[in-house]
Write a protein that binds this ligand. Structure first.
Ligand SMILES: Nc1ncnc2c1ncn2[C@@H]1O[C@H](COP(=O)(O)OP(=O)(O)OP(=O)(O)O)[C@@H](O)[C@H]1O
Ligand SMILES: N[C@@H](CCO)C(=O)O
Length: 309
């Protein structure tokens, strides 16, 4: 009986201007998946810990098992027997890529258990399939950074074209997760389906600016480019105190601040760890004023992604 444990990190999707095309991984928190090869064929989710009984055990519904099933089918080993134990460390509906992390950890684990038949990048479509099952859309901006690590650009979806963008060594991410839940599916439904040309011009200027700022690196350019005129103005209404939070974060010295994924978690980027921690405290205090408890996480960009532990 062969067993393996894998970890996959939380991710910040969109990164303000890059709706559905940018995402990066952080060091912590993340989900852990333990997989065991069994004699009896079939994929079974044996146990989930940390979800308060809210996630499905049904293999066709849990992102960890959906990803494993898609993987086994692709490598023509549908008769394999796999037992999955999921330790859910990421809060649900948080904007930290929770469903993606379960799928990414499961894929890295099963690929390792079966002797690495596929390359990391080749695992992506299976994780995207799991995202489609969890939130109705097969976007890759959480699963790609969680699987591959680093800051990732999804240049195109058809065919899938994923590009790693180098990031400066001294870039720190603050995540503040208020105890609120927003379903990705719901926060996608509030978005406008067409964009005025003026907004599109602003957005693609910022997208290009963020990539250039990360690669040069130019922290001023990164800060100026962390702007979103498409999703944030609508989604901000779902996060209590968002405008003031953003203002305070930048006043504290963060390069920029926005909604992580579909929210309600807030992310900020800073050039020093101490500044990133201070920004976290300031954002937490803002939530406290609104009687909302929150957790703060500070980390560098995780360049490794999901791993066997
Ligand atoms: N392992 C899992 N299996 C099935 N559904 C999951 C799993 N983990 C999370 N989910 C569900 O997937 C849905 C999508 O939300 P998820 O938690 O990924 O969004 P999120 O953390 O807010 O991230 P983001 O906004 O960055 O996508 C939620 O309803 C959540 O309960
Ligand atoms: N790009 C996605 C990320 C959340 O899963 C969104 O903003 O809806």
């Amino acid at each position: 009986m062969k067993t393996i444990k894998a970890f996959a990190p939380a991710t910040v999707a969109n990164v303000s201007c890059g709706f559905d095309v940018f995402g990066f991984a952080v060091e912590q928190p993340g989900d852990e998946v333990t997989l065991t090869l069994k004699k009896e064929p079939g994929v079974v989710v044996k146990k989930i810990e940390g979800d308060g009984g809210r996630l499905p055990l049904a293999p066709e519904k849990n992102t960890a098992s959906v990803a494993v099933l898609a993987f086994l089918e692709a490598i023509d080993r549908k008769d394999e027997g796999v037992e999955i134990y999921l330790k859910k460390n990421l809060p649900l509906g948080s904007g930290m890529g929770s469903s993606a992390a379960s799928a990414a950890a499961a894929l890295v684990g099963i690929n390792h258990l079966l002797g690495e038949p596929l390359q990391r990048k080749e695992l992506l479509p299976f994780a995207m399939e799991a995202e489609r099952v969890a939130c109705g859309s097969a976007h890759a901006d959480n699963v790609a950074p969680s699987l591959l690590g680093g800051f990732v650009l999804i240049r195109g979806y058809d065919p899938l074209d994923v590009v790693g963008i180098p990031t400066p060594e001294d870039l720190y991410c603050t995540l503040v997760h208020p105890h609120l839940e927003l379903k990705t599916e719901d926060s996608r439904q509030v978005l406008r389906t067409s964009i005025p040309l003026k907004d599109a011009i602003t957005q693609w200027g910022n997208i290009a600016g963020l990539v250039a700022g990360l690669m040069k690196p130019d922290f001023g350019l990164i800060g100026r480019s962390l702007k979103d005129v498409i999703a944030e103005p609508v989604r901000a209404l779902l996060i209590p105190g968002f405008d003031e939070i953003k203002e305070k974060a930048v006043e504290t010295g963060a390069l920029g601040c926005g909604i992580s994924g579909s929210g309600p978690t807030i992310f900020a980027l800073s050039t020093e760890r101490e500044l990133a921690s201070r920004t976290g405290k300031v954002i937490q205090q803002q939530f406290q004023k609104l009687k909302l408890e929150s957790e703060v996480y500070v980390s560098k960009i995780n360049t490794r992604g999901a791993k066997v532990v």
